[in-house]
Design a protein around this ligand. Structure first.
Ligand code: NAD
Ligand code: UDP
Ligand code: UDP
Length: 314
């Protein structure tokens, strides 16, 4: 039977890929977004589909629709965007989660939260396991996002325990791919755009910090598997690609793949920038039979092609 599925943040980078996949699967999709970092361009191709509906709405305000499943993705994810108005980011995370949970409770809908590896902060254990409670600065410039996402997880588990709402929590590690905006500010889009324009590649700090990068297609597959996982499996579950790279390695790979003349320049490291990050995905492998299939070079290849197209029309 056709399910009615709500995707908050559905006009964003990940949300729009998720809408595509859910429509392909024959569902009825309601996309809610305030277009802060998202764009109608990401969902333009879906607008004429009778099973797709876009609602411009801010998730910090209550929302009354009828739905069977909710994917809650609404929240700016790039540091420059979530730090632009940090109070709003905290409200989006916390009040947004609260409204979605109230909606899930009323509709008896299953609800998935897109949490983040940022709940681990600047981690003291490596790789990060779901049982690790994190090392998060509660008063720094990243806190609006990190603590907002932690509070959202708390609300999810309280709605589960107190009201029996069926919850699913995924902790997403750095993910990239097409539809990231040129001005997104995250490392992969920055480096690719800089390399394609032969501008300096801005490495923050000494570039020895690490991240593990997952391709969007793999991530979406993991999210849907989580929504469809066995009753009673709430997570949190890590979703990410365990291949780990330093930012220097990433910069060099992108310069090489784009045949760019760009030079690496070093900029100050932002406050509380995590030193290392890599998911332990054994729980996802066991519960969801999921692991990423796209390696960094293949994912970068299609992402570079995407940005080449975008920059032509920019
Ligand atoms: P994104 O910025 O492209 O998407 C976020 C979307 O939410 C945008 O379309 C934006 O307009 C919308 N939004 C923001 N505030 C809103 C509000 N108050 N009301 C309604 N809509 C609002 O980022 P993304 O990478 O697609 O991230 C999607 C989700 O996944 C976020 O919740 C993010 O925290 C989470 N996540 C992403 C990553 C990643 O690497 N991409 C990693 C961890 C977690
Ligand atoms: N809410 C919503 N849509 C709904 C149901 C609830 O946006 O369909 C909001 C509601 O406005 C409230 C929040 O979700 O702010 C939590 O709702 P809940 O019913 O759990 O709590 P209460 O309304 O009792 O505070
Ligand atoms: N980074 C960088 N240059 C940039 C953008 C980011 O060196 O132009 C670094 C940043 O300091 C961090 C890593 O790349 O160590 C990943 O940053 P991003 O903002 O993509 O994600 P997050 O820090 O949230 O993992």
């Amino acid at each position: 039977m056709r399910k009615r599925i709500l995707v908050t943040g559905g006009a964003g980078f990940l949300g729009s890929h998720l809408c595509d996949r859910l429509i392909e699967q024959g569902n009825d999709v309601i996309c809610v977004d305030n277009l802060f970092t998202g764009s109608k361009d990401n969902i333009r191709h879906l607008m004429d589909n009778p099973y797709f509906e876009f609602i411009r709405h801010d998730i910090t305000e209550p929302l009354y629709v009828e739905t069977d499943e909710i994917y809650n993705l609404a929240c700016p994810a790039s540091p420059i965007h979530y730090q632009y108005n940090p109070i709003k980011t905290a409200k989006t995370s916390v009040l947004g989660a609260l409204n979605c949970l109230g909606l899930a409770k009323r509709c008896k809908a299953k609800i998935l939260q897109s949490s983040t590896s940022e709940v681990y902060g600047d981690p003291e254990i490596h790789p990060q396991l779901e049982s690790y409670r994190g090392c998060v600065n509660p008063i720094g410039i990243r806190s609006c996002y990190d603590e907002g996402k932690r509070m959202a997880e708390t609300l999810f588990f309280d709605y589960y325990r107190q009201h029996g709402v069926s919850i699913k929590v995924v902790r997403i590690f750095n993910t990239y791919g097409s539809r990231m905006s040129v001005n997104d500010g995250r490392v992969i889009s920055n480096f690719i755009v800089q390399a394609l324009k032969n501008e300096d590649i801005t490495v923050y700090g000494n570039g020895m910090q690490t991240r593990s990068f997952c391709y969007a297609e793999d991530l979406i597959d993991g999210m849907i598997r989580m929504m469809e996982s066995r009753d009673g499996f709430t997570g949190p579950v890590n979703l990410g690609n365990p291949e780990e790279y330093t930012m220097i390695q990433l910069a060099e790979t992108i310069v090489k793949m784009t045949n760019s003349y760009s030079k690496i320049v070093y900029m100050p490291l932002p406050q509380d920038d995590p030193v290392q990050r890599k998911p332990d995905i054994s729980l996802a492998e066991k519960e969801l039979a999921w692991k990423p299939n796209v390696d960094l070079e293949s994912g970068l290849k299609s992402t570079i092609m995407y940005f080449e197209r975008i920059l032509c029309n920019y």
